[in-house]
Write a protein that binds this ligand. Sequence first.
Ligand SMILES: NC(=O)c1ccc[n+]([C@@H]2O[C@H](COP(=O)([O-])OP(=O)(O)OC[C@H]3O[C@@H](n4cnc5c(N)ncnc54)[C@H](OP(=O)(O)O)[C@@H]3O)[C@@H](O)[C@H]2O)c1
Length: 379
Amino acid sequence: MKIGLLGLGTIGSGVYEHLSRRDDISVKRILELVRHPGLEHLETSDFNEILNDAEIDTVVELIGGMEPAHTFTVQALKAGKNVVSANKLMLSHHMEQILTLAREMGVHYRYDASVGGSIPFLYNLMRYRGADRLVGLSGIVNGTTNLILDVMQTDGRAFDDVLAEAQRMGYAEANPSADIDGIDAMCKLSIASAVAYQKYVRPEDIDTEGIRHITAGDIIHFKKMGRVCRLIASSALNADGSVSACVEPTLVPDASTEAAVRLNNNAISVTGEYFGVHTFMGQGAGKDPTAFAVELGLRDILEGVSPRLNPIPEGYARIDNAAAKRRYYVRTSAPLEIAASALSGGAYVTEPIGVRDMHRLAKKLRETDPGLFFAGISE
Ligand SMILES: NC(=O)c1ccc[n+]([C@@H]2O[C@H](COP(=O)([O-])OP(=O)(O)OC[C@H]3O[C@@H](n4cnc5c(N)ncnc54)[C@H](OP(=O)(O)O)[C@@H]3O)[C@@H](O)[C@H]2O)c1
């Protein structure tokens, strides 16, 4: 197997190192903007050199972002090359086009590494959905936010302080928005839900709230409530065929599985009508765990796993978050105007309210209180 590797950043360099130890998969060309000492003979800045190289059967896309990743992926698939990627942002916005094109061309598009890093979650979701009706997904899919929440809970430190340390240690990006505003989790939930329910879920249809506004004072309230805050991505197949889907900070009981997920780990549960609940836990990101997931995808292709493992969803899900109701912790200086009991310091616990209603209310209240924080309270 001959690889054209796009991007030699965190994950790309991990994949290069892993593949250097194998003799059945070799990197023939690397697309990079800058040159790396010792690799100049492989490097190019022109994607056409990979596209037009008939010996390269598989493109590993690890440049990330929307463009040119999307264009390169489409061109590679149209040229009859397999593509293996970890790019959840691009895939979640172009999933129908990419999966359909790969199926038409009879090639692989493997995206195992895009959700859950090294955890064999998507792969098993693809297998499960052929044998059971999957009705729910829920879990921690962003390691950066879990690390921040876990350290805040343990050490009582302020959000900005913990975020700055996570950035210094390389756990958070210089621009942390994708993580702390829940966008990364939203993209992952969109992809996993499409696989589980066989209907595409548009990322923009998912009610999404991040952890940007959480304070050390909020954590003190959660401790008194016997709760721990986690950023939970969840979706469910409703009885009428619609799908509910949201990403939001959630207060889980101290003794729950989610509370036991420490530091930058991930844990994702899938519910099937027959098998019940399975939870997958482990390293959801990072150089070696993610490179491992990419390598697994490559090995599957090499060993002849059928591209038909990859399901092709039919149409788009109707998202209905009105029926999903829960109590919320809300801390705001704005008048709340819904039924709620007051805690101290401008914090409240609401009566059960629809997920969509709560996200809309928070948007409206932020016009007067931009620092408002809210979190669902799990039953
Ligand atoms: N990091 C993780 O833990 C993790 C986990 C799961 C999935 N992923 C996904 O894996 C992908 C790669 O992430 P990463 O963390 O490895 O990102 P990264 O460190 O920023 O690496 C991206 C690399 O691609 C290069 N690049 C960007 N645009 C290019 C272009 N047009 N032509 C050639 N090279 C280009 C960049 O070069 P410059 O630096 O010179 O711009 C950089 O070396 C992303 O889709 C990400 O979402 C990452």
